[in-house]
Design a protein around this ligand. Sequence first.
Ligand code: SF4
Ligand code: SF4
Length: 363
Amino acid sequence: MQEISSLTLVLSDRCNFSCPYCPQQKGKNVLRIQDITAFLDLLRPRLAQEVWLGFYGGEPLLSWPLVEKTVAYAEEKFKGRFRFTLTTNGSLLKKEHIFYLKKNRFKLVLSYDGLAQKNRDAGSVTTVEKALANLREHYPAGYAVNSVFTPQTVPLLAVSMAEMLKKGHKHLLCSLDTSVPWQNADLTALEGELKQLVSVCLEHQQKTGSMPLENLKENEKKGVFACFAGRDRLALLADSTVWGCEIFHTLLGRDPHNPDYAKYCFGKLADFISGFKEVTPAVAANYAELRQDYFFSTKKEMCGLCDDLESCAVCPVTAALATGILAVLPSWTCEVKKITRRAQAGFAAALGPPGRIRQNAHA
Ligand code: SF4
Ligand code: SF4
């Protein structure tokens, strides 16, 4: 394992929402502060100079006192080594939380689906929009809005993102749920929505000189993608098991008899601590196989032979949520990736050299 630069704490598996696309299983597990401090103390010699410590759930604001206790411990014992992140559905986020997050320089990710939000939790729309307004007013640079679209909600993508651009949020992310099938009609709709979105974004860039939508920012890093789980990151789950990334628990956590469970789970925290030197390297080695050039599609096409290999990145676990097999990708994932890349290329081509927008450009 390399130096660790990212740790995730799944504080609990409780959530006050039941989003239709959320693959997590809910329960009543809650981490204890003594588990968190033991985990951090054990890893101290392996930590990079700067480490992102992420609070995750379920809904982490349901465990707010645990966030405060962990931050207090990290600041006291690790003296500024951690940068904090928190991912929330925003429904419980009050001004006092925002002031605390700002004081501790958190990066917040708030999931809000624009016009599709009512499909997640119709009663939440007003409270989440209020939380977003408070964030925009009191901590504008400290948060990103992540919006998830599914085959059912994709017709709302462009109009939802346009609305959020208009509201003045500084960081936006648009995610597509590929754990469910995308039929040809859905893919056609996606292509149309992204074309519209590119036009809206070009106009926004022209007017404001900025581009809040992270998906369209040029990624200069080219090369074969390798999943970082278990390499430079670890996650402590609410049931006190340790994994290379929290999403492995979503896939395998309730299925201890699956051979992949033993392959990718570092064990319960107590075993992880007692067997750290012996067990960790063997499990970490399994994660090292998760490289994009080793992935296959369900049609048995190999990513390693694809022309787009060096500009493509697929989470092998998200793929397995659809196919049941790690690093085997459903055919629609490939199409979604291609459509997304076409939109990015269209935006970059239309933008031209920095500061100049070509006229009559199409996505
Ligand atoms: S486009 Fe498809 S085949 Fe090519 S690298 Fe991406 S997922 Fe693999
Ligand atoms: S690619 Fe997937 S499994 Fe790997 S680190 Fe990213 S989210 Fe986790």
